[in-house]
Design a protein. Structure first.
Length: 198
């Protein structure tokens, strides 16, 4: 049995190898932030709006006059349609009145880890051509899952970055810079790793 130190080093190597796999082949681009004064308004792609934070993000975006369009991408559920699920989630979070049925947002069933985010090519192209910002909020909030079970989520981040790179303003903002505080908790390793990898 390898010593704890060797196991730790093997695990760190595995983390970085995995992150390198999901970061491979990024085209080189000069990042630039769009000026909010230049365009006719922000067009936002936001993920995970059925969750706690997502409901509040959606509500704030609906209230923000600078935002003219919102694509709210969420995974499908066998049990319930997305419109119903989003309404219930907004109601549960007490932000129903702020945005329920606001024509500014469009709910989109998506699978972020699939090519074209699992949505039809026409809508994917429309989103690609129009968005000015991506807020990637969807994530399995599960502290017990090991790192390897987050690979779909890492693929989802990669697919969103690829979408962002098609746009002319591929600037990134991610708060995490080091994996060292996350080691041992799969959720934190994957979450922090995804933010570091670009
Ligand atoms: N909660 C915290 O203490 C905390 C702290 C720091 C950062 N965060 C981050 O804040 C964000 C939102 O967290 P939250 O507290 O609002 O969590 P939440 O209420 O559990 O919402 C998570 C959202 O992500 C979606 N989601 C979960 N697993 C998914 C998967 N495998 N594929 C696609 N979508 C998935 C959920 O969709 P369904 O409705 O279909 O399940 C839901 O819309 C996450 O990125 C999380 O890492 C949370």
């Amino acid at each position: 049995m390898p010593s704890p130190n060797v196991q730790r080093e093997d695990h760190i190597r595995h983390l970085f190898d995995t992150l390198a796999r999901y970061s491979a082949g990024f085209p080189r681009k000069q990042p630039r932030f769009p000026s909010r004064n230049q365009g006719p308004g922000d067009v936002i792609l936001v993920t995970g709006t059925t969750g706690g934070l997502g409901c509040n993000i959606l509500s704030q975006l609906c209230l923000d006059p600078r935002v003219k369009r919102i694509y709210a991408l969420n995974r499908a559920s066998i049990a319930e349609g997305l419109t119903e699920r989003q309404s219930k989630a907004l109601k549960k979070r007490g932000v129903l009145e702020d945005c329920l049925g606001d024509p500014k947002y469009q709910l989109v069933e998506a699978c972020l880890s699939e090519p074209l985010l699992g949505i039809n090519a026409q809508l994917y192209t429309e989103i690609c051509n129009r968005i000015t910002h991506i807020i990637h909020n969807a994530w399995p909030v599960n502290l017990w899952k090991p790192f390897d079970k987050f690979e779909d989520s890492l693929q989802g981040v990669r697919n969103l970055i690829d979408l962002a790179l098609v746009r002319k303003y591929p600037a990134m903002s991610a708060p995490e810079e080091s994996l060292s505080d996350s080691l041992g908790v799969g959720y934190a390793e994957a979450n922090t790793g995804a933010e570091m990898s670009p």
